[in-house]
Design a protein around this ligand. Structure first.
Ligand SMILES: [Zn+2]
Length: 293
């Protein structure tokens, strides 16, 4: 390459880098804890600083779903205080990732903490919950289904199998017809398949479709990281994931390389064209790892 050619190449690379920095794609840097948003009746969501935090103002106190990254206990409480003076009495963790459980320990140790069995097991392995901090592990767990509180305050917790992790809980507020989906449905995008925490690409679509079939009377879904969406989008997400995982399994059967398999799911068919696929390569690695087992 001539000197001029090298210089041009450097300029092009420089522009590409600047372009990425100026226009972050689908996953911008994590914003701070945002302002609380009203979802319906006594249900709110606080975005930012990790996963969405759902705020359910029940008769006996405030129920939080997920507590964001560490150091967000005060910011969460500040937002809660704008809608109620009731104390936080219960935390439900959708799964074990630090951006969903990070501020558990910043609430009083008397707060009831609830999660799926496998999520508690995943949390027990984390340094953040060793020693004194073990008191901020889930105090109650469930396997497939659990009902908390009653009447208008009823909350139903469901588990349908591995996907994002081995312990993804779906949290339904039946009186409000709203579900908090956690990261089993975080974005309209290919997901993280965290095999180190028991997640599974192969099982992912089946888990979503079991949920879509079994859960009734929900019309709004709070995804793990994006704004509220209609139930129909959650159902469609199961179909999107079925397409993606089937495509990768077929590529594996055809003896295609991981790069070719990733290319095959990089551009979804028209009906899923607004889904982002930047995790294609990581998803293929996860699924190929499972196929070869
Ligand atoms: Zn997660």
């Amino acid at each position: 390459m001539s000197r001029q050619g090298i210089l041009s190449a450097i300029v092009v690379v420089g522009l590409a880098v600047a372009g990425v920095a100026a226009q972050p794609p689908q996953r911008p840097r994590i914003p701070p804890t945002g302002a609380i948003k009203h979802v319906r009746d006594n249900l709110y969501v606080i975005p930012g600083a990790g996963g969405n935090t759902t705020v359910f103002v029940a008769q006996g106190g405030v129920v939080l779903v997920d507590t964001k990254l560490p150091n967000n206990g005060e910011p969460i409480l500040k937002q809660v205080r704008t809608v109620t003076d009731k104390p936080v009495t219960m935390i439900i963790n959708t799964h074990s990732h630090p951006d969903h459980i990070g501020s558990n320990a910043e609430f009083p140790a008397t707060v009831d903490i609830i999660a799926q069995d496998n999520t508690k097991a995943n949390m027990e392995k984390m340094d953040a919950f060793k020693g004194d901090k073990a008191q901020f592990l889930p105090k109650r767990t469930f396997k497939d289904k659990m009902t908390l509180l009653s009447g208008a305050d009823q909350i139903d917790l469901y588990y349908f199998g591995p996907g994002h992790t081995s312990g993804d809980a779906l949290i339904v507020f039946p009186a409000l017809r709203v579900m908090h989906a956690g990261d089993l449905f975080a974005w309209k995008a290919l997901p993280i398949m965290d095999r180190n925490n028991g997640g599974s690409g192969i099982a992912y679509p089946e888990t979503l479709q079991k949920a879509a079939g079994a859960i009734k009377n929900v019309d709004s879904v709070i995804p793990g990281h994006s704004p509220v969406m209609p139930w129909s989008t959650f159902v469609e997400y199961g179909q999107f994931m079925q397409w993606a995982v089937d495509t990768v399994k077929q590529a594996a059967r055809d003896g295609k390389t991981e790069a070719d398999a990733a290319a095959a799911i990089k551009t979804p068919p028209d009906r899923f064209k607004d889904y982002t696929t930047e995790r294609a390569a990581a998803n293929v690695t996860a699924i190929y790892g499972e196929v070869k087992k």
